[in-house]
Design a protein around this ligand. Structure first.
Ligand code: TXA
Ligand code: MG
Length: 318
């Protein structure tokens, strides 16, 4: 199958493909998603096949409007609306009780469904025109880093999907926060740009699912983001340079914050702020793992705004 890269003018065509049970990759503010109708078992199957995704890892359903929530979830608690009023459209995914409209293939057989409203005009317009909830995992081959450019999607899925809508580079670059509201004690199953302290005025959340509860967030048990290169962390520029010395200089690279790289006097700066580093991390990993066998990444301080970054980097370590 030929994979076409489209633009805003192709949204109508993309929506028609979705309505016909086809899959389409599209940009969101976090990462690119591989979308299909949440009502179509055929489309859902195509998503799993194109990505090579394990069947027991459920998908996030994307909607364009808060009022569409009732088409995908039931017994929606008031707090869900309060959170969406504040954070939607945006990088917050809520896990709620599944509506019978949503096939079990989307939820990996479970009674809960993950839902979010993406903050990207191309995504919203696509969902509005398709006029159906769209389930979309990140548009990478399973276990590769998530795509933040249309070219990353092409690299992974070319020949396997008909269309990639190109909306430029993703603003956030790290996948959404997944918040489970079906538990007695709401829990962040995956950290993202919406942090526990941003949620604190609304509800008390535990920071992450305890390890023995990973069954509740199936995605967390897979080794995500496995890099082709060996990845290690270094706490200081001195440690990074020492690690680097052991390798042929053309085969190893240091990645870190601007200050870290400035003081190493070599390597690639991912940015000066946590937000910039998040935006650049996956794209830089994709680029350097093709050239280098060994990647040394700064061990970023464990501040709240770095939690999502640290989570993704830890998963990149082989
Ligand atoms: O930012 C994002 O969330 C991106 C964009 C495309 O929206 N999507 C994304 O999807 O990251 P994916 O499939 O790569 O990750 C979805 C995560 C997985 O860890 C999955 O296990 C979890 O959400 N998840 C989905 N449905 C769930 C459910 N019903 N209960 C618990 N966790 C769920
Ligand atoms: Mg993913």
């Amino acid at each position: 199958m030929e994979t076409v890269i489209g633009s805003y003018k192709d949204i109508e065509f993309a929506a028609q493909l979705l309505q016909a049970g086809e899959v389409v990759a599209f940009p969101t503010e976090t990462v690119y998603g591989l979308g299909g109708s949440a009502y179509s078992e055929v489309a859902i199957k195509k998503i799993f096949t194109a990505k090579g995704r394990p069947q027991d890892n459920p998908l996030i359903v994307h909607i364009a409007n808060i009022r569409d929530l009732e088409q995908v979830a039931i017994d929606i608690p008031k707090i869900a609306y309060l959170l969406l009023d504040k954070f939607a459209p945006g990088p917050l995914t809520l896990v709620l009780k599944k509506h019978s409209n949503i096939p079990y293939q989307v939820t990996a057989g479970g009674e809960s469904v993950a839902v979010r409203i993406p903050a990207h005009e191309m995504a919203l317009e696509l969902i509005r025109q398709a006029n159906i909830p769209i389930c979309a995992p990140s548009a990478n081959t399973s276990s590769r880093v998530s795509p933040t450019l249309a070219s990353h999607v092409y690299e992974d899925l070319q020949g396997k999907i008909p269309l990639i809508l190109d909306g430029g580079s993703c603003d956030i670059g790290v996948e959404s926060t997944v918040l489970d509201l079906t538990r007695a004690q709401p829990a962040i199953l995956r950290p993202g740009a919406v942090t526990a302290s941003m949620l604190a005025p609304f509800l008390n959340v535990s920071m992450a699912a305890p390890p023995d509860e990973t069954a509740k967030s199936p995605g967390t048990k897979y080794r995500h983001y496995a890099s082709l290169a060996k990845v290690e962390l270094a706490s200081t520029p001195k440690e990074a340079l020492e690690k680097l010395k052991a390798w042929d200089k053309d085969k190893a690279i240091i990645l870190g914050s601007k200050d870290f790289i400035d003081s190493c006097k070599k390597g690639i700066s991912l940015g000066a702020t946590s937000a910039e580093i998040g935006r650049n991390l996956f794209a830089t990993l994709r680029k350097v793992e093709k050239q280098f066998d060994y990647i040394i990444i700064e061990r970023f301080p464990e501040t709240e705004e770095n939690i999502a970054l640290l989570n993704r980097i830890t998963k990149a370590i082989n």
